[in-house]
Design a protein around this ligand. Structure first.
Ligand code: SF4
Length: 403
């Protein structure tokens, strides 16, 4: 495992950030905050998808009043997002939020910044200094001749200086940009400058899949260097996708305990006996909301599938219109092809409750292995070693070229 950078610890409601606490996933609601029921519905969906902390905009009085009703009913801590009006920050604190996000590019009067920080200090609330490449203070933009990592870091440091003037220290920082190398450079620079916890993100990453790739490139590069205490995917998509992506990234990097299925699937090839993409997608859908911390494999053929996915807790491989189920590489059952996904769900739930040993013990492994061996050898007879007929094609290509 890679070493994580040592940072100060703060809390956002009951959730700890920094100082060795598990890295947290954040997202932001897209509803009008004044729409209390709609916003709460989205917050519950986000929490179910793995979101630890949620941000809601507080851009008008109605939003602040909405927050007063949302906060006591929310299952996770709420951060108010403040851009231009410092009074909205004061109103959000009055509403009971667990933290604030201030954009230093948008609230620039020192008195306003200090008024907010003093109030947060008295209420023991954390503030994220959310520097955003797109809304950098024009004075810094000019000083650095454009948007640079150093300009973003200086913006954050200026804000910290105002906070320190009023003895406020419950801070986290983000220096997000939509340009991945720039964002990575800015966070690295910041990590060398301060031990304040960092919130990672690639801003305005865009719609998936490109947005997911950009955000993952930036966030995981830094996480693998030990930098980052909390993360957000800023996708042009349903925020539930952001929460899922954040959670999946942390699980994939081994930074959070696995709670959800890790679905692996072969890329398919000429040997595939089923439409692997379709079965894998249906399996992903079936497991989407099930909290099963298992690795599950969908493999296109019984010739190579069980061997290639022998490390998976559970898997299924197709052959002769049948699905061959295997647990830790051992064949355990054969089901009709159309029941493959249902069988996976049933076995996964059993394994989650009783473990893989019990699943192997309840199976007739000898019979399942015989059936798999039969289908495997039949497929080998039909398709041979070279299912894609590459060798035959090469002979034909050579003939074509040499004639
Ligand atoms: S050999 Fe079988 S398991 Fe491997 S990619 Fe092809 S279909 Fe999938």
């Amino acid at each position: 495992m890679f070493e994580r950078r040592t940072t100060k610890q703060i809390s956002v409601g009951k959730v700890l950030v920094g100082g060795g606490a598990p890295i947290t996933v954040q997202s932001m609601t897209t509803t009008k905050t004044a729409d209390v029921e709609g916003t709460l519905q989205q917050i519950y969906a986000l929490a179910a998808a793995g979101c630890d902390i949620v941000r809601c905009t507080c851009n008008e009085q109605e939003a602040a009043e909405g927050l007063a009703q949302i906060v006591p009913r929310s299952p996770i801590p709420i951060i108010a997002d403040i851009h231009h009006q410092y009074k909205m920050a004061l109103a959000a604190m009055e509403a009971g939020v667990h933290g604030l996000r201030l954009n230093p590019g948008n609230i620039r009067k020192p008195d306003h910044i200090k008024a907010v920080a003093s109030e947060a200090r008295d209420r023991n609330l954390a503030i994220r200094i959310g520097v955003n490449g797109g809304s950098l203070d024009p004075a810094l933009y000019e000083k650095y001749g454009g948007l640079t990592a150093a300009a973003m870091v200086e913006s954050a440091m200026q804000e910290i200086a105002y906070f320190h003037e009023v003895d406020f220290n419950l801070i986290k920082i983000s220096v997000k940009a939509s340009n991945v190398p720039l964002m990575v450079e800015a966070y690295r620079m910041l990590a060398d400058t301060t031990d304040i916890p960092l919130h990672l993100g690639v801003t305005e990453a865009g719609p998936p899949p490109a947005g997911l790739i950009k955000a993952t490139a930036g966030i995981s590069t830094l996480l693998l260097e030990g930098i980052g205490d909390t993360i957000r995917y800023s996708l042009t998509a349903d925020p539930v996708e952001e929460a899922r992506a954040g959670r999946q990234l942390l699980e994939a990097l081994g930074l959070r305990e696995r709670k959800n299925v890790d679905l692996i699937a072969c890329p398919s090839c000429g040997r595939a006996e089923i439409d692997v993409i379709d079965v894998a997608n249906r399996a992903m859908k079936a497991f989407e909301d099930k909290k099963l911390p298992l690795q599950i494999a969908v493999m296109g053929c019984v010739v190579n599938g069980p061997g290639e996915a022998r490390e998976a807790d559970l898997g299924i491989a197709a052959g002769n219109k049948r699905g061959h189920l295997f647990v830790k590489g051992r064949n355990v059952a054969v089901v009709p092809e159309r029941e493959m996904v249902e069988a996976l769900v049933e076995w996964a739930e059993f394994i989650n409750e009783h473990g893989t040993d019990a699943a192997i013990a309840r199976a007739d492994t000898a019979l399942a292995e015989r059936e798999a061996a039969r289908d495997r050898s039949q497929l080998m007879d039909e398709k041979g070693d070279d299912a894609n007929h590459s060798a035959e094609k090469i002979v034909e290509i050579r003939k074509t070229i040499n004639n």
